[in-house]
Ligand binder design. Structure first.
Ligand code: UD1
Length: 359
């Protein structure tokens, strides 16, 4: 059996790591296609190196652009790749432009498509990711849902027959890395001479927080006025918008820092007082590490983190301050994101099902 994984953005490389390992363990032919959506070494190469992911077999080098230009360039290039590879399954990850491009190219060429992290919904139709998810779920042949809630969303859209709950593959990686970094000090804490457990880790990159100067100014002001140092692991999008609008990213409690490699990120979060983010993955990672999270958005796809008290939504400066200073949530043994073996289940599901090519 041949699986072609298509990835392009940072969180997809994290999800790819356990899949590549699980595929290798059972001798499945696994081909990795990198669209080039993320090209900065700290958003791309570093994940392949440190998570032991084989180098991409195909690199499309698409780079940045408007949604249409970026997605369209990938779509055109992927037709040739799938034609040459003749995969049994095309595996697409999450909700990025790389995901929707690969799903669309593959279904039109009659290759079977499996969507990993299917069924997540923000119900916010202003997010590009929401369109990417919905379109990919409705195009795909097999919907690999991370949670029960995700499977319920798919059922509500008439897609339950194509759905299987496998758990969350990011949990697989996180559990492995947590065990490695738990006993060691955080390199970020050492580098910035912070007191352990006395800083917040922040990431901000969503268009709704970065692209409007008034909104970005408000978010930066909120982070600059907190009660502890806030290390902003600054994604290229926020760096470029802040410089365009003349908004300094260091000042008051706020310290801008380059993005971190995965192990260093996990260590920085584990040894922090809290996380402030608009990232999807980081909300869940904070929960799995039992670090309180404040999410700078009006909604979240990972509703379990909010229901269990480990995540709160906050948009104004006041809500962010109240969120980070809230009482530590009650401990919980809940495991809505699975047992750390989701990737094995994904490979087993793909191996067990006939693809269009084998029929
Ligand atoms: C993308 C995903 C988002 C995901 C995020 C993870 C879409 C629509 N969005 O958002 O869901 O949470 O990745 O990081 O697919 N840039 C660089 N270097 C890079 C990559 C981007 O400088 O390596 C800059 C470019 O100016 C680019 C901007 O960042 O225009 C935005 O990058 P893009 O890949 O379009 O979206 P992200 O914001 O990273």
């Amino acid at each position: 059996m041949k699986i072609v994984s298509v990835v392009g953005a940072r969180p997809q490389f994290v999800k790819l790591a356990p899949i590549a390992k699980a595929a290798n363990a059972v001798g499945v032919d696994h081909v990795i296609v990198h669209t080039g959506q993320h090209y900065d070494p700290m958003l791309s190469n570093v994940f392949f190196d440190e998570l032991g992911i084989p180098a991409p077999d195909v690199h499309l080098g698409v780079g940045s652009g408007s949604h249409g230009a970026q997605t369209g360039a990938m779509l055109a290039a992927l037709d040739d790749v799938f034609d040459a590879q003749q995969p049994d399954w095309v595996l697409v990850y999450g909700d990025t432009n790389s995901t929707v491009a690969a799903a669309l190219s593959a279904v039109k060429m009659h290759f079977s498509v499996a969507h990993l992290e299917a069924g997540l919904r923000s119900f916010n139709r202003r997010m590009p990711e929401e369109h990417n998810r919905v379109l990919t779920d409705h195009a795909a042949d097999l919907l690999l849902a991370p949670t029960r809630v995700a499977a319920d969303h798919l059922a509500a859209e008439g897609l339950s027959e194509r759905t299987v709950v496998v758990g969350d593959v990011m949990t697989d990686v996180l559990y492995e890395v947590r065990a490695e970094v738990a006993e060691r000090p955080s390199p970020l804490v050492d580098e910035l001479s912070l007191a352990p457990g006395d800083h917040y880790v922040a990431t901000i990159h969503r268009a709704e927080n970065t692209d409007d100067p008034a909104r970005l100014r408000e978010v930066v002001a909120a982070l600059s006025n907190l009660d502890r140092p806030v290390v902003l692991l600054a994604h290229p999008r926020v760096v470029s918008k802040a410089s365009m609008y003349g908004i300094p990213l260091t000042g008051g409690s706020l310290i801008a820092h380059a993005p971190l490699a995965y192990r260093d990120l996990v260590a920085a979060v584990l040894h922090s007082a809290g996380v402030i983010t608009d990232s999807g993955g980081l909300q869940k990672e904070a929960f799995l590490l039992r670090v309180p999270c404040t999410t700078v958005r009006t909604e979240t796809e990972w509703v379990e983190t909010v229901e269990l008290g480990w995540n709160v939504l906050a948009t104004s400066a006041e809500q962010v301050a109240t969120g980070v200073m809230r009482r530590r949530p009650d401990d919980t043994g809940a495991a809505p994101y699975g047992d750390g073996h989701a990737a094995d289940r994904v490979i087993a599901e793909l191996s067990a099902r006939p693809s269009h090519r084998s029929r």
